[in-house]
Ligand binder design. Structure first.
Ligand code: HEC
Length: 146
């Protein structure tokens, strides 16, 4: 196996190197984006309620698998549809669009415009959410929303 791989990479040389670097940079960029703009927002504003099998509206944001598998019992649609922020109910909930009666996080509180924009962008860009420890979310105390 090793010899096979070695001869393949020798034959394709720089091409192989370039493409694997591009892929790694892309993943690293997405991981950094998630870490900086998505995880802290969920942890400070949503995890207190939206975690575990009893999570309200069955929206469990504690890890990638649960979050992407969460389906709205009201509409039968997933809350997060990678690539499609407009159809993702989680975005509708935080932007308070349309006639949706259920306002999140709470009626008198809102995410900032920046946070909402970043959340939409993250979904638009495929909703990258790492497996493993860095993708496990926990509620973090938020003095703005005690
Ligand atoms: C204080 C607890 C609490 C917090 C914090 C909270 N939620 Fe909720 N959320 C609920 C409850 C309870 C429901 C069930 C629906 C209802 O009765 O409003 C719900 C429902 C929802 C729904 C489903 C609405 C629908 O379409 O049926 C979404 C999406 C949602 N929350 C997203 C979020 C997001 C994103 C955050 C963080 C920005 C958040 N929630 C923070 C308690 C909370």
């Amino acid at each position: 196996m090793k010899t096979f791989l070695a001869s393949v990479s020798a034959a394709t040389g720089s091409l192989l190197l370039v493409s694997s670097c591009a892929l790694m940079d892309g993943t690293r960029g997405k991981a950094a984006y998630f870490e900086a703009h998505v995880k802290p927002v969920f942890q400070a504003n949503c995890l207190r309620c939206h975690q575990g099998p009893q999570a309200p509206a069955r929206l469990d944001l504690s890890d990638r698998k649960s979050a992407l598998a969460s389906v709205s019992p009201r509409t039968g649609r997933p809350f997060i549809i990678p690539g499609d922020p407009d159809c993702s109910l989680i975005v509708a909930a935080v932007t308070r669009r349309g006639t949706h009666p259920r306002l999140m996080p709470r009626q008198e509180l809102s995410l900032t415009e920046d946070e909402i924009g970043e959340l939409s962008e993250w979904i638009e860009d495929g909703a990258y959410w790492p497996e493993g420890p860095s993708g496990k979310l926990q509620a973090v105390f938020n003095p703005e929303n005690p």
